[in-house]
Design a protein around this ligand. Structure first.
Ligand SMILES: Nc1ncnc2c1ncn2[C@@H]1O[C@H](COP(=O)(O)OP(=O)(O)OP(=O)(O)O)[C@@H](O)[C@H]1O
Ligand SMILES: [Mg+2]
Length: 282
């Protein structure tokens, strides 16, 4: 060891003229700089990641997410698609390397308050929990059930895949890592009359076949994919027997009509359309 070190020193001394020293120093500087930069970038990256993660992932959610990654249908979580008030949406990959979207509801007492209003009166939910987390879990399961009901009758919604507490996994709508845009961000959709008809048919079939009213339907909750609409954010949807179902239906129709009127599309008579929707033929 001793011998080796001496040899190394000798060799080093042999070449230690001014020129070499300078080069050597510059190399060291470069190397250290790069190392420090890499470290700093990594640190920034980690704090950024931690910041987003902390805003939505409470300890229990992290635990459940890890469990889903270790035992369940997920391979890894790639990044955030959307950070909202009530929920964040993440892009992740399943075990076959296919993209999926994860919606994680935030455990928040204010959110749980207004959620109760939608749950109360829905005949599918008899007991309303007092506990904040439990209301949010019920809400997430409501979105999952609504997606299942709509998907089963062939409507254009993301395919529901998995639900556990406040974590919902569904089909990802987009091309590779680029999620489909919202309808509100499309300046001029191609064939807008055709697009409107697809959305009106959606409202009608959601009511008549899935027996649901969306309740928050607008260009903010419709993705534009392959020039067709895909309706998302169906958590607040209520059964057609909910006492407020008609009020929500009128509001959905108004939102869609006013969006297409702004585009200059000729819309049908809203009242006539409303009666067409609620007329269920047996
Ligand atoms: N399956 C999906 N595939 C691709 N992108 C999605 C998917 N679901 C949601 N998104 C994106 O995430 C955004 C938020 O989703 P969503 O509307 O379901 O949540 P939200 O309840 O409105 O959340 P918040 O109200 O807290 O913003 C959408 O506007 C859309 O851009
Ligand atoms: Mg939304």
């Amino acid at each position: 060891m001793e011998e080796h070190n001496n040899k190394f020193d000798e060799e080093f001394d042999e070449h230690s003229d001014d020129e070499l020293d300078k080069d050597f120093d510059t190399d060291i500087d470069e190397l250290q700089k790069r190392k420090i930069d890499a470290k700093r970038i990594k640190q920034i990256d980690q704090t950024k990641k931690r910041a987003t993660i902390e805003s939505v992932f409470d300890e229990r959610t992290v635990f459940n997410l890890n469990k889903i990654i270790v035992n369940g249908p997920l391979e890894r979580v790639e990044g955030i698609i959307s950070a909202g008030k009530e929920a964040n949406i993440y892009l992740a990959y399943d075990l076959n390397g296919k993209e999926v979207a994860i919606k994680i509801y935030k455990i928040d007492s204010n959110t749980s308050k207004w959620m109760r209003n939608y749950i109360i009166g829905d005949p599918r939910f008899k007991k309303i929990p007092r506990n904040v987390s439990k209301v949010i879990f019920l809400w997430a399961s409501k979105e999952f059930k609504n997606l299942k009901r709509a998907y089963k009758v062939g409507l254009s919604v993301p395919r529901p895949i998995f639900i556990k507490n406040n974590i919902l996994i569904m089909e990802y709508i987009g091309f590779e890592s680029i999620p489909a845009p919202l309808l509100k961000d499309i300046k001029k959709p191609k064939e807008p009359t055709n697009l409107m008809n697809l959305i009106l048919t959606f409202i009608k079939e959601l009511y008549q076949k899935a027996k649901l009213v969306h309740g928050d339907l607008s260009e903010f909750n419709i993705l534009y994919h392959n020039q067709s609409p895909v309706v998302i954010d169906i958590s607040q949807a209520v059964s057609i027997h909910h006492p407020k179902a008609e009020v929500y239906l009128v509001r959905d129709i108004k939102n869609i009509f006013s969006y297409f009127e702004k585009l200059g599309v000729e819309t049908p008579d809203p009242k006539e359309f409303y009666y067409e929707v609620i007329k269920i033929e047996n």
